[in-house]
Design a protein around this ligand. Sequence first.
Ligand SMILES: Cc1ncc(COP(=O)(O)O)c(C=O)c1O
Length: 420
Amino acid sequence: MQGTEKKAFDTAWVREQFPSLKLQVNGHTAAFLDGPAGTQVPKQVMDAVQNYFLTANANTCGAFATSRRNDAIIASARGAMADFFNCDSNEVVFGQNMTTITFALARAIGRELQAGDEIVVTTLDHDANVAPWRALEEKGVVIRQVDIREADCTLDLEDLKRKITAKTKLVAVGYASNMVGTINPVGEITKLAHAAGALMFIDAVHYAPHGLIDVKALDCDFLACSPYKFFGPHMGTLYGKRKHLEKFKPYKVRPATDLSPECWETGTQVQELIAGITAAVDYIAELGRRSDSTVKSRREALQAAYRATHQYETGLLTRLIEGLQTIPGMRIFGITDAKRFDERCSTLSFRLGDHNPTKIAAFLGDRGIFTWDGNFYALNLSERLGVERHGGVLRVGLVHYNTMDEVDRLLAALREFVSR
Ligand SMILES: Cc1ncc(COP(=O)(O)O)c(C=O)c1O
C-alpha cells in the first residue's frame, strides 16, 4: 500500500487547533454544539487576521508596501475560495455575509426582470434565500414556494417540478437545511431549472462545513456560503459564473471599478477577515493532508478532508439519533433512518414533549453544553412544522471538532432534564 497512506481521524490534533474548545463553563469544558450558527475558529485563522494588521493594513490598489500586501492577501483568498468552490478566482465575490450578498444579487438580477416573471423558493430554506427574492414582488415578480414532505422534511420534488414553469427565471434552493439537516439534490434541481431556461441559485451556507462543494459538477449559476460556518471569520462569499457576474449590473458607486468580481464588492471590504478566509480553507486542506498523505493539490486535500469529516460526523450523528430515540417524549424532525444518512448532515432538531426549547437550551447551557433554540430564521419550515407558535425546536449541530463524549454528555443531560 506504498504511497496510499490514509490515517484514522485525528480528533486530538483537530481539537488542538481550536483554542476556544478549552473554554470552561461552571466547571465543565464547553461542548460547542452550536456550529450551525457559526463554528469556532482554528488558531491559524486568528494568526492570519493578526498578521494582516501587523503587515498589510491598508486599503487596496495603493503604490506602497502595505497596500500591495493587502492586494496580494485578497488575491490569495480568491484563490483559496476558487479551490473551495472549484471555480476560477474571478468568479469569487466577497461580502459582509450571505444575506447581504443575496439581497444585492437579487436587486441586480431584479433589474432585468419584468412583472409576471417567476422565482421559485422553498419551504425548507433559511429566510436569507427567501426574503431577498420575495423583495422582488414589489416589481410584480411572482414567487412560487415549493413544499416539503413533512414525514422526513425533504423537498417535495413533484411540487418543485410543478412550480417551475416557462415563466420561471430563477430557482433558489438551499444545499442543506440549517434546521433539520436535509441535503437537497441540488444537481438534479439545477438541471430542472436550466431545462426551463431559469438560473439556479444555491444557498450552501449550511452545507459548507459538512460537504465538498463543486460548482462545476453542479453547473449552478450562483452559490453563496459564509466562511464563519466553516471555521473562518464572519463574512460571506459568492460564486457566480463569470458570464453572469459580467452581465448583471450591481448597484455601486461611480468611481468604483466596473470590472468583475470587484464591482460586486461595495465599499471597503473587511480585509483582515478576508485574510482569515485563506487560513480557514488552508486549515481544512491540512486536515485532508493529514487523513490522506497522497493528495497533491489544495483541491485534492479539501476532497480528502470532507471524505474524512463526513465519515466521522456520520458516526457522531448515529450515536446521537440512537440515544435521542431512547428519551421519552422525543420527536426528531427529518431523516432518522441510518440507511439514508447520505441525504442529511449532522444537524438535528427536536422537540421534547411540551418543554419549551429555550428552557432546555438554558438547562444544557448551565452544564456547558451549547445548543440553539428557536427557528434559526428557517421561518417557512418552523411554521410548516407547526412549531413556530411553541418556541420552535432545539437544534444540535455536530461538526468535526465535536466528540462522542460530547454527544454522550448531551444525552445524559437530556435524560436528567426529563427525569426532574
Ligand atoms: C442555511 C443558511 N442560509 C443563510 C444563512 C445566512 O447567512 P449569513 O449569516 O452569512 O447572512 C444562514 C445563517 O444561519 C444559514 O444557516
